[in-house]
Ligand binder design. Sequence first.
Ligand code: MBD
Ligand code: FE
Length: 279
Amino acid sequence: MKHAEIDKLVQTWIVDAAQRPANPRLQQVVVRLLGDLCKAIEDLDITPTEFWNGVAYMSAAGASSELGLLAAGLGLEHFLDLRADEAEAKAGLAGGTPRTIEGPLYVAGAPESVGYARLDDGTESERAEVLMMQGTVYGEDGQPLPGAKVEVWHANLLGNYSFFDRTQSDFNLRRSIITDAQGRYQFRSIIPVGYGCPPDGTTQQLLDQLGRHGQRPAHIHFFVSAQGQRKLTTQINIDGDKYLWDDFAFATREGLVPPVSRITDPRQLDALRLQQPCA
Ligand code: MBD
Ligand code: FE
C-alpha cells in the first residue's frame, strides 16, 4: 500500500471517526505515530506473528514496569536530553553542569536535611568504600544559591536501589539536602556499583536479541531545584568503571566524571567532615 493511502486510512480512523471535540495535540501525535507504524508494517512487511509478538512484548514490559527502563535502553530518554540541550542553546542559555537522564528509579519523599546528609544506612559498611562529596549550587546569575534542594539517589553494592529492592531499608541511599548559607551541600555515602538490567526481564530480553548488554557504570543521580530556577536532572559517574563510556542508557557525558581522590588514613576523612558546611 502507498504511504498516501495509509495517511488517508489513519485520517479516517482517528480524525474522521471523532464524534466529540478531541484533544487536538493528542490527536496529532496519535495520527503521526499510527501512520509511521503502519508505514513500517508495510515497508518491512511485518507479519501478523511479528506484530502480535510486539504487542505481547509491550504488554509484558508494562506488566513488569519495565517501560521506563526500555526507554532508557533504546536511547529515547537520552534523545530528550539532546533536544533539551538544543532548545537551551537556541534560547542563549549556556554553561553549568550538563544534564543527563533521570532513569526509572527515583522515589520522592527522601529524608531532608540542611547542608549535610549521610545517605547509607551502614549495612554495607564492611565491604564498601566511603564516599564524601561536596559542591555548590549556583543560580543562573552565577551566584551561590542558599536554600536550593539537592536530591541524591544511587544504588548499593549490588547495583540495586531502595524500594525497588525491598531488602534495603526505606530511603537507603536517597536523601534531600538543602544548601547552606553559602549554597553548599555535602554528603557521605558509599561508592555504588553499576546497575544491570534484570537478567530475566523484558528489557534485557530485547537487548539480548539486539546483541547489546544492559549495564550502566557506577553513578549517582541528582535533582537540583530552587525557586525561580530551572530544575537540573543529572548524574555523576565514578571514574575507572568498566562501563564508564559504554552505558546501555547512553547517559555518560563530558563534565559528569569528577576526579575521585582516594584517602587511606581515616583521619583524613575526619578532616573532610570538619569542612562541613553546616553543624
Ligand atoms: C538506572 O539506575 C538508571 O539510572 C537508568 C537510567 C536506567 C536503569 C537503571
Ligand atoms: Fe541509576
